[in-house]
Design a protein around this ligand. Structure first.
Ligand SMILES: *[C@@H]1O[C@H](CO)[C@@H](O)[C@H](O)[C@H]1NC(C)=O
Ligand SMILES: *[C@@H]1O[C@H](CO)[C@@H](O)[C@H](O)[C@H]1NC(C)=O
Ligand SMILES: *[C@@H]1O[C@H](CO)[C@@H](O)[C@H](O)[C@H]1NC(C)=O
Ligand SMILES: *[C@@H]1O[C@H](CO)[C@@H](O)[C@H](O)[C@H]1NC(C)=O
Ligand SMILES: *[C@@H]1O[C@H](CO)[C@@H](O)[C@H](O)[C@H]1NC(C)=O
Ligand SMILES: *[C@@H]1O[C@H](CO)[C@@H](O)[C@H](O)[C@H]1NC(C)=O
Ligand SMILES: *[C@@H]1O[C@H](CO)[C@@H](O)[C@H](O)[C@H]1NC(C)=O
Ligand SMILES: *[C@@H]1O[C@H](CO)[C@@H](O)[C@H](O)[C@H]1NC(C)=O
Ligand SMILES: *[C@@H]1O[C@H](CO)[C@@H](O)[C@H](O)[C@H]1NC(C)=O
Ligand SMILES: *[C@@H]1O[C@H](CO)[C@@H](O)[C@H](O)[C@H]1NC(C)=O
Ligand SMILES: *[C@@H]1O[C@H](CO)[C@@H](O)[C@H](O)[C@H]1NC(C)=O
Ligand SMILES: *[C@@H]1O[C@H](CO)[C@@H](O)[C@H](O)[C@H]1NC(C)=O
Length: 411
């Protein structure tokens, strides 16, 4: 359990170093006036159980997080002001506030997470929605000032660690914008003028494997019928720290002969799980928007990577890749890089997938990626240019010939 946490914290640190955590702006309003406003980046590392062991997942408060108007409030006699941001499939971050005549403070931080979200918590043996709370937070500032803390601070919430950074927030606001008077946290005061960006970790490149990966056939069969078709070559690119705290990049080709595919197909959600060499699992989550009849790759996670400590996973559930329409497959022959996290990306080669609307064992007509279309354009442009050149030469020749005929006639 200790090693799982230590590892998760080093992933949090790596993500912070590579600057991958995005800032989110959240605002609680009542009528036309704003009472709580917060700009912040948040990263969670959460411990959960699979059937065989305890595991750790890292997830971020995505830019798509929104304030939940039904549980957030500006406060009343009986209930304190509360900001609740919801994101992904049933996850939420809450900050509750209190004040006296001179100060306001964050009284508690709550995190709710949904273990049914298989992209974030692959193989969780529970499907519960878990709520954890930290009651001693230590975020406070004088009334009418903005609390500022750009440095990162980590809070322990039972099974989760929450790391906040780039924080600017204010509650009990008297205007609609953050007060220009900032109350700077101790950590920021120590590191004048602004928090230092760690520069000591320089990635050590590892040679890429010889050649592109072999193309594999990964299908899901449910109730005897195929419901997902995937034909692709995959190369994983994972950054981690080694025993000497050095940053290392693993670039590994997925070998189709040593990989098995499983998963599930639901109306609006298809999950493809690839098990690599019987231990590492790579999970793809495809989402269908049935109103728009469009689907996309919405999440990817990686668990039990050989160079990670046992029983850990990383992933991102707010992706938007491989976009296509229901009734079509998505195709990209050119190499494409899917960045999952700053420390984890997938290079795809000769990819064709169809996660929804599969009716036969053959792909439906394909919608091709932009790179392929552009590459197809090159021969067309070259061909058109050549044809144009031939035309010009021909016309020039004909004109020349006519002129010389005319010349003969005058003689
Ligand atoms: C909000 O502002 C609009 C226009 O400025 C005004 O018409 C409306 O009455 C205001 N509502 C409240 C609750 O103050
Ligand atoms: C995992 O299961 C063990 C044993 O039941 C339990 O003690 C532990 O609290 C669980 N961990 C989590 C994160 O639920
Ligand atoms: C989940 O797994 C842990 C051990 O990893 C076990 O103690 C716990 O009882 C399991 N929970 C359920 C709901 O199966
Ligand atoms: C939890 O996640 C599952 C699967 O993504 C979803 O069906 C369910 O509605 C979510 N629960 C909540 C409370 O949002
Ligand atoms: C945290 O704050 C929320 C909102 O004020 C409240 O409903 C909840 O009971 C608090 N939890 C704890 C443990 O204080
Ligand atoms: C207001 O709260 C702060 C910290 O919570 C405390 O230090 C201060 O003494 C309080 N002031 C009054 C007037 O109660
Ligand atoms: C905060 O600002 C409002 C409006 O400018 C003012 O009415 C209030 O007295 C101020 N509160 C404090 C504690 O300075
Ligand atoms: C698959 O079969 C199970 C039971 O045999 C049934 O409950 C389920 O609805 C079926 N699913 C689909 C997608 O047909
Ligand atoms: C692997 O990822 C790193 C960091 O994002 C990048 O610099 C490197 O070019 C990638 N290598 C390959 C082979 O994609
Ligand atoms: C690696 O770095 C972390 C944080 O920078 C530090 O806590 C840890 O002791 C270091 N480990 C080694 C083996 O140097
Ligand atoms: C589905 O697509 C429609 C139309 O493009 C859009 O308005 C809606 O927000 C989408 N739904 C989801 C859940 O993304
Ligand atoms: C997850 O993916 C989204 C969309 O590509 C990206 O904006 C976000 O930064 C990613 N999360 C992390 C922790 O890198």
């Amino acid at each position: 359990m200790k090693t799982v946490h230590a590892w998760a914290m080093s992933v949090v640190l790596l993500l912070a170093v590579f600057g991958g955590i995005q800032a989110v702006t959240l605002e609680v309003r009542e009528g036309n006036s704003t009472c709580i406003k917060a700009d912040l980046s948040a990263l969670f590392s959460i411990t959960y159980n699979t059937s065989s062991s305890e595991r750790s997942a890292v997830l971020e408060l995505p830019g798509s997080a929104t304030v939940d108007p039904s549980s957030s409030s500006c406060g009343s006699e009986s209930s304190p002001p509360w900001l609740v941001a919801v994101f992904g499939s049933g996850h939420a971050l809450g900050l509750s506030f209190s004040s006296n005549s001179s100060m306001y403070s964050v009284t508690n931080l709550t995190l709710q997470y949904n273990l049914s979200d298989a992209t974030v918590f692959p193989e969780a043996n529970s499907s519960d929605v878990v709520t954890v709370v930290s009651a001693s937070v230590g975020i406070w500032a004088p009334v009418n000032t903005t609390y500022r803390c750009l440095s990162s601070a980590t809070f322990r919430l039972d099974t989760a660690n929450l790391t906040l950074s780039n924080v600017r927030l204010q509650a009990f606001m008297s205007g609609n914008d953050l007060s220009p008077n900032e109350s700077v946290c101790l950590a920021d005061q120590a590191s004048t003028p602004a928090p230092p960006r760690p520069t000591t970790i320089a990635p050590v490149p590892v040679p890429t494997p010889a050649g592109p990966p072999e193309r594999g056939n990964y299908n899901i069969t449910q109730n005897g019928t195929v419901c997902l078709l995937a034909h692709m070559g995959l190369q994983l690119n994972v950054t981690h720290t080694d025993a000497q705290n050095k940053t290392v990049q693993d670039v590994v080709n997925v070998n189709p002969d040593l990989t098995s595919a499983s998963g599930s197909c639901e109306a609006n959600n298809t999950i493809l799980v690839l098990t690599l060499e019987q231990s590492t699992t790579l999970t793809f989550n495809f989402t269908l928007n049935s109103t728009a009849s469009k689907y996309h790759l919405s999440g990817v996670s990686l668990a039990n990577w050989p160079n990670f400590p046992a029983n850990s996973s990383i992933g991102n559930g707010s992706l938007n890749y491989l976009r296509s329409s229901l009734g079509h497959s998505y195709m990209c022959n050119a190499e494409q890089t899917l960045v999952v996290l700053p420390i984890f990306s997938i290079n795809t080669f000769k990819l064709q997938v169809q996660p929804f609307g599969v009716t036969t064992t053959q792909f439906a007509s394909a919608e091709e990626c932009q790179i392929d279309q552009d590459q197809m354009l090159i021969p067309i442009i070259v061909g058109a240019a050549l044809a144009g050149l031939v035309m010009i030469v021909l016309v020039a020749y004909l004109i020349g010939r006519k002129r010389s005929h005319a010349g003969y006639q005058t003689i």
